[in-house]
Design a protein around this ligand. Structure first.
Ligand SMILES: [Zn+2]
Ligand SMILES: [Zn+2]
Length: 283
């Protein structure tokens, strides 16, 4: 059974002493015309099939800035026929984040849509789970079905960063700073991790691909890209345990995120939303 780790402090302590993070989602790509079976295992072929949005996330407060994932570039978008809207790294500027001086990047997992552009952040170190690096470089990658969501170039760049002391490996739960913890979920990828973030509205969980859509965790239905279904299902439980409410869980690819959360400012409508603000009611 998954437990909330001991490193978590009391709510009172956080409320009194820990500065909350702002959280932003930047939408950088899109994929439409999906079949239900591409979103859920054992889908009814007649049910609704949501589009996919692609995001990177920014966690920011006065003493530190983290980004969660690095998205993919134009070339990968063309090869995989995704609609590429903007460079996720250049888009950080829209929020006043200088990618050249960014020091900490959380890589939730090494799939192509979360771990591209790794050479565009010259000063960053990358927080990654042991098991994702092992998975992406080991025996499982001899199966075309399992390696399909990875791009070899990204893995090569990450390996280069390992050899340059720029990867911080984690094994399970880790506190990066007070108010920000990582938790290994696995399931979708062997070392998939999620981020639990202290905000003005309480604990928000950036779920990344632990739940592509709201429907995955709400209906306990698995996304078909998976290496361990039991871990994926346990991951849904962990999301509920770590978030203050279901409204505090942010799925990794659901276009509803752009509809439910307020734009950072009017000029960024459809591009960037604030996740530390309460969502409008749907969930
Ligand atoms: Zn993924
Ligand atoms: Zn993904």
């Amino acid at each position: 059974m998954l437990c909330v780790p001991r490193i978590l402090r009391t709510r009172e302590e956080f409320t009194l002493t820990i500065e909350p993070f702002e959280i932003f989602a930047i939408r950088y790509a899109h994929l439409g015309n999906r079949h239900p079976g591409e979103n859920f295992i054992l889908a009814d072929p007649h049910e609704f099939a949501s589009d996919l949005d692609y995001f990177v996330w920014v966690l920011r407060r006065s003493d530190c800035t983290f980004i969660v994932d690095t998205g993919f570039g134009k070339e990968a978008a063309a090869r995989r026929k995704r609609e590429w809207l903007r460079c996720p790294i250049e888009s950080l500027r829209l929020l006043g984040v200088d990618s050249g001086s960014l020091t900490d990047v959380i890589v939730t997992h090494l799939h192509y849509d979360h771990a591209g552009n790794l050479d565009k952040l010259p000063r960053a170190r990358f927080h990654l789970q042991d098991r994702d690096m092992a998975y992406a470089t080991g025996r499982s990658m001899s199966h075309p079905m399992l390696r399909a969501p990875f791009d070899l170039e990204n893995i090569q760049v990450m390996l280069k960063h390992v050899y340059s002391d720029r990867v911080v490996f984690h094994d399970g739960d880790a506190e990066l700073v007070p108010g920000l913890t990582l938790h290994r979920v696995g399931g979708h990828s062997a070392g998939l991790q999620i981020a639990r973030v202290w905000t003005r509205r309480g604990w928000v969980v950036v779920a990344s691909d632990a739940s592509h859509f709201y429907a995955n965790f709400q209906q306990r239905r698995c996304f078909p890209v998976v290496c361990n279904i039991a871990e994926m299902l346990e991951g849904f439980n962990l999301l509920y345990r770590l978030a203050d409410s279901p409204d505090h869980i942010v799925p990794g690819h659901d276009p509803l995120v752009m509809k439910l959360y307020p734009a950072v400012k009017p000029e960024l409508e459809g591009i960037a939303v604030r996740l530390d603000a309460a969502p409008s009611s749907r969930t």
